[in-house]
Structures are given as structure tokens and as C-alpha cells.
Ligand binder design. Structure first.
Ligand code: SF4
Ligand code: SF4
Length: 263
């Protein structure tokens, strides 16, 4: 998901769509292109993607990051991105693709779930308004666009069970926009604050251990129901992590964190 300035719509390749506008698409194993889209990708993984994939693979988030991702700092960025590591073969296949399709289908990442739709959020700094837009962008080899199944972006999100992804990725895009103002200062992207933010966002099992085993619960007045929930509920914990990052880096208050306790 991209954060775009309001005047850049015409510079984005692909056909722009509003949530209710129709497009035609159907993907199935009978198409000659089956699995062709699961190779040679530069696929960004968002925090919720890692939660889902590591759950599917029954490994912890630390293991997932070590085994399946590459962490990159793009030019002009202040916070690293996480890419799914492709297989080290000529085709650069996705590690989860099989002849029968995606082996992690129920937990597939945001980008695969929305494909061939891409989402962007236009941010108007003057009004502080955000507007969701969608782009229909099947690659040339993709035969799904020739199938007679009418969809709209809003229906596609439901059809692909992508509601939680849409919500959490939008929250994450908000944070990525804030990172662009470099909240890390002289410490830079490898300093203690950036490492903390990376751990909270991407390494959910480490963040849980940090919350439960440090002074975190003494420092913040987290309500008892949420305290109980985050013991096992990754999605609630991720939302707490994003609130914590905003508090630590920009001192933004959040009802999730309650009031900070006095020492
Ligand atoms: S290329 Fe398009 S139609 Fe073919 S398998 Fe991938 S998403 Fe489906
Ligand atoms: S995660 Fe699944 S759908 Fe996504 S690229 Fe890999 S095999 Fe394809």
C-alpha cells in the first residue's frame, strides 16, 4: 500500500478504480498462467502478514524473519522494509508456491490477497484527509482479466477475506508516512529507537515478551481486558505495538496505552 500525494493520481500505472467501480477477474488452476505470478517478486511484507505466515508455518516471528525475509533500507527512507525472500533458483520462485498452488493460501500476504488490485491512500496534508483508491493492474501474462466474473474493489476485499489486512495495512501505511520525517534523528535507522520500532512492528513474539516481562505494564495503564487479550491475541497486540511506536517516537497518546503512570 502506498501513501501518495493528492496530485499524483495520473502518474500511477494501472486503471484507477473507486471502491464500487467494476472490473472483471477470476483466477483458477485451469488458466495457462497458473502460478506464473508467484515468482520473481519483490514482495513487501507488512506486520500483519508476518503474524499470519508465522502462524501458518507454526514458527515464531523471529524464526520467520530470519528464514524468510530480507530487510532493506531504500534510498531516501528512514525505516527498513521487509521483503519475502524468494527461492535461490533461476526462476526466483516464491518459497510457498507448489504445483497445486499456494501452500499458505489461507494466510497469504496482503499483496497476494489483493492481486491484481493495488491500493493506495491519498493523503491531503492541507485537510489531513485520506482517501482510498484502487488500481487494477494485472500483468500482461495474467489471463484472469479475460474471465467473465464481475467484481468491485469493495467486493474483492470481502471475497478474498482481506478485511483485517486492509485495516491493519492502512494503519501501518500511516506510520510509514510518519517515518518519512525521520523521527530517529542523529541515531538513524540503526539506532535504539528504530530497532525498538522494528521489533514492535515485525517481531510480534519478541514484542509480547517485552510487554509481559519488562516494566511495560507498570508504566502504562492498560485496561485489564486488553491485558488479558494480548497474552494470546496477536492482532490486538499488533495494534498495541503501533500505538506504542507512535507514543515513543512522536508522544502521541492512545486510549490503548491509557495514561502513563507516574514513577
Ligand atoms: S497470473 Fe493472474 S490469473 Fe494467472 S494465476 Fe496469477 S493471478 Fe491467477
Ligand atoms: S504467498 Fe502464495 S500467493 Fe503469494 S506469491 Fe507465494 S505462493 Fe503465490
Amino acid at each position: 500500500m502506498k501513501y501518495l500525494e493528492v496530485d499524483r493520481l495520473d502518474q500511477i500505472p494501472g486503471h484507477p478504480l473507486r471502491a464500487g467501480e467494476p472490473f472483471h477477474f477470476r483466477c483458477h488452476a485451469g488458466l495457462s498462467c497458473f502460478n506464473a505470478c508467484c515468482r520473481n517478486l519483490s514482495m513487501f511484507l507488512y506486520p500483519y502478514d508476518i503474524i499470519r505466515l508465522r502462524h501458518c508455518l507454526k514458527i515464531d516471528s523471529d524464526q520467520f524473519i530470519n528464514q524468510h525475509t530480507d530487510i532493506v533500507l531504500r534510498d531516501g527512507h528512514h525505516f527498513p522494509d521487509v521483503l519475502l525472500r524468494m527461492a535461490d533458483d533461476a526462476a526466483r520462485n516464491c518459497p510457498f508456491v507448489t504445483p497445486a498452488g499456494c501452500s499458505v493460501y489461507a494466510h497469504r500476504p496482503d499483496a497476494c490477497r489483493f492481486f491484481p488490485i493495488e491500493r493506495a491512500q491519498f493523503y491531503d496534508a492541507q485537510t489531513d484527509r485520506k482517501t482510498d483508491v484502487y488500481f487494477f493492474r494485472p500483468p500482461d501474462f495474467c489471463r484472469g482479466a479475460g474471465e467473465n466474473r464481475k467484481m468491485t474493489p469493495a467486493r474483492w476485499i470481502k471475497d478474498q477475506k482481506a478485511m483485517a489486512h486492509a485495516r491493519l495495512t492502512a494503519q501501518w501505511a500511516d506510520l510509514m508516512r510518519l517515518f518519512q520525517d525521520n523521527p530517529f534523528g542523529a541515531e538513524g535507522p540503526y539506532g535504539a529507537k528504530a530497532k525498538m520500532a522494528f521489533m514492535a512492528a515485525y517481531n510480534i513474539d519478541q514484542f509480547r515478551a517485552f510487554v509481559l516481562n519488562s516494566s511495560f505494564l507498570r508504566r502504562f495503564q492498560i485496561n485489564p481486558a486488553l491485558q488479558a487479550k494480548i497474552q494470546t491475541h496477536d492482532l490486538a497486540l499488533l495494534e498495541l505495538a503501533m500505538a506504542y511506536i507512535k507514543y515513543v517516537l512522536w508522544q502521541m497518546p492512545s486510549p490503548m496505552l491509557g495514561h502513563r503512570r507516574k514513577k
